[in-house]
Write a protein that binds this ligand. Structure first.
Ligand code: PAF
Length: 280
């Protein structure tokens, strides 16, 4: 595996594999790798002739300076993990490389980007995600890019921008990888202290409470959300949001009559976690 720090180095490393017609897979990440990232890399390795992983903690998508400052970073460990997963190229640029002096362009996605994370983290969050992802897509020009379903709204935002800008690549969403007690894997889990770690599993509990009611025939969003909120309250968690949405539009539903995505975001201590589950 080669680690590259500049756009020029990466483009030159991609030229030959592309001439050979190898299928290029991109896994965009912010590092602090866990088994969720490994699952994206493995899927890319299975399906592509060349696997590129980007590692960049993107300042533009953080609405809180303290969140950016405390975001876990360990490039050496990440490079070892990517090498273990047989990644070909690790692209780890600096902020100055991605946002050089005079940078003045923002990619703004409407519709699916507007509520939930878009509201809680501010409009700048998905603008930051859309802008960096568009840059990575144009730098790497992958045939396929892999994202985690844990960030369900992000996946929808990326799909929307790929569709709207006619970008010639496929987006693959990979299933959320969970700890043995159900907590969704996240780089932020490393910031939880032991008692917060115990309480954090309540996000998964809330989604399960919603699923149990739906499995029992309940259709009312109000009733389902009340049960999910009660599961969070048992762990003294007050959600930023708990929502039932149509997965294609991210519009709230009042009744679970078709495919419905349950989403939750909550702060456990100072660590903000999100999770979601398709209710079946
Ligand atoms: O999901 C992430 O880690 C980030 O939002 C992404 C897609 C790498 C963009 O910075």
């Amino acid at each position: 595996m080669r680690t590259l720090h500049t756009v020029a180095e990466l483009r030159s490393a991609l030229a030959q594999p592309r001439r050979e017609g190898r299928r290029v897979g991109l896994v965009p990440t912010m590092g602090a790798f866990h088994d969720g990232h490994r699952s994206l890399m493995r899927r890319a390795r299975d399906e592509c002739g060349l696997v590129v992983v980007s590692l960049f903690v993107n300042p533009a998508q953080f609405n809180e300076q303290s969140d950016l400052d405390t975001y876990p970073r360990d490039e050496r460990r990440d490079a070892m993990i990517a090498a273990e997963e047989n990644v070909d190229l690790l692209f780890a640029p600096t902020a100055a490389e991605m946002y050089p002096q005079g940078f003045a362009t923002t990619v703004h996605v409407g519709g699916v980007a507007s509520g939930l994370e878009g509201t809680q983290r501010g409009p700048g969050h998905f603008d930051g995600v859309a802008t960096i992802v568009t840059k990575l897509f144009t730098i790497v020009a992958p045939d396929v890019a892999y994202f985690g379903q844990k960030d369900a709204q992000q996946v929808s935002v990326v799909r929307q921008l790929v569709r709207d800008l006619n970008l010639p690549l496929e987006i693959v969403a990979c299933p959320t990888v969970r700890e043995s007690d159900g907590l969704a894997m996240s780089s932020r889990n490393a910031l939880l202290d032991p008692s917060e770690r115990q309480r954090a599993v309540a996000l998964y509990g809330a989604l399960n409470a919603a699923q149990e009611l739906v499995s029992g025939g309940e259709r009312s969003a109000t009733t389902i959300l009340a049960a999910a909120a009660a599961a969070l309250a048992q762990a003294s968690l007050d959600p930023d949001y708990l929502a039932l949405v149509d997965p294609s539009t991210f519009a709230a539903v009042s009744s679970v009559d078709g495919p419905t995505l349950a989403l939750v975001a909550a702060r456990v201590g100072s660590v903000r976690l999100i999770d979601n589950q398709l209710l079946v």
